[in-house]
Design a protein around this ligand. Structure first.
Ligand code: SF4
Length: 327
């Protein structure tokens, strides 16, 4: 559990700005938007053309970066940071903000940034725009020219794939098969030292085999991994859609067969079973009926789950303790 986050799979959540636009069914009950409805000045607004709000506490990651460096030996696990209240590749965010955020990522090499997006297809154009902006800034601000040029060179190494940042893991969210088919290939185009998937909120059966099974081949030839970590979970919060426990079970099995770390975050507020023999015509569930009684509001207490789903693994590189109840 993080020091300042309730998200179990990272150490800190910190967002450079708040506000976004919904792009797919997984966004329907976006919890960051729920917060924004109550406090729009702090949490930004949702929708096209609506203002995003820049964070004020930009020094926090710098502080965590120092703590990690000074407080632990190099072999200790890195501190992971996840921007949870925005999409870092949101095309409506001023390009200067993204440049500033990437400068922060560059300046905090002791952190591991978990950069999740539902817009992996934007990566190339956003990076090009940031680099253009930095080139202009290097001309306009003579005093800072060296700094802007250094960041630009770092981004070029990332863009070309010659040296993706070692402190960045790139991830994409896929709530169903359609989004998996669209976003995973786009995410795999982004050069990265580590990649992960967030399969949450799980809205249907998701088959990841075509990507996960390739991991075996990659390992055999010593190639860098394509996808090293899969986080999954059902939906929680007001209006949460039901999650068929079999969808979670299937992901756990797929990851296990491919030797990819899995983290089951929660079963959601409404875990259900689908009667045997049920033949979905349009992918919708039958009238949900509880599989078992979960008292945790998000279905987030592993003690309440079937034993084989109690899997909370981290990628080896994070050096964190994993738990897998099954062999
Ligand atoms: S992309 Fe993420 S932050 Fe943006 S609306 Fe969708 S769920 Fe919310």
């Amino acid at each position: 559990m993080g020091e300042n986050t309730k998200i179990e799979w990272c150490d800190h959540s910190w967002s450079p700005w708040r506000g976004c636009t919904k792009v797919s069914p997984g966004c329907a009950n976006c919890y960051a938007e729920t917060l924004s409805k109550r406090f729009p000045v702090v949490f930004g607004q949702w929708g096209k053309g609506k203002p995003r709000v820049k964070a004020k506490n930009w020094n926090d990651p710098v502080k965590w970066n120092r703590t990690n460096k000074d407080g632990f030996t190099v072999s200790d696990p890195p501190i992971t940071v996840f921007p949870s209240l925005c999409d870092w590749l949101d095309e409506e965010v001023p390009i200067e903000w993204l440049a500033e955020f990437l400068r922060l990522v560059h300046d905090t090499p002791n952190l591991t940034w978990l950069l999740l997006t539902k817009r992996p297809e934007n990566w190339h154009s956003r990076l090009v725009d940031v680099r253009l902006r930095l080139a202009h800034m290097a001309i306009a601000e003579a005093d800072n020219a060296k700094k802007h040029k250094a960041l630009n060179a770092w981004l070029e190494l990332w863009r070309s794939g010659d040296s993706p940042p070692s402190n960045v893991w790139v991830g994409t969210s896929v709530e169903d098969q359609t989004r998996a088919d669209e976003r995973i290939p786009a995410m795999l185009e982004i050069p990265a030292t580590g990649r992960f998937l967030s399969v949450e909120p799980l809205l249907g059966q998701v088959d990841l085999n075509r990507w996960l099974l390739a991991e075996h081949g990659r390992r055999q030839i010593g190639a860098p991994p394509g996808i090293s970590w899969v986080i999954c979970g059902g939906e929680s919060g007001h209006g949460a859609r039901p999650c068929n426990v079999e969808w979670v079970r299937s992901l756990v099995r797929q990851c296990k067969s491919a030797g990819v770390a899995t983290f089951v975050k929660q079963l959601g507020a409404s875990p259900v079973i689908v009667p045997q023999g049920y033949d979905p015509i349009d992918g919708t569930l039958p009238r949900p009926h509880p599989l078992f009684s979960v008292t945790h509001t998000k279905g987030g207490d592993p003690d309440e789950w079937p034993e084989d789903l109690r899997v909370r693994e981290f990628p080896q590189r994070f050096g964190k303790e994993a738990s897998r109840a099954t062999a």
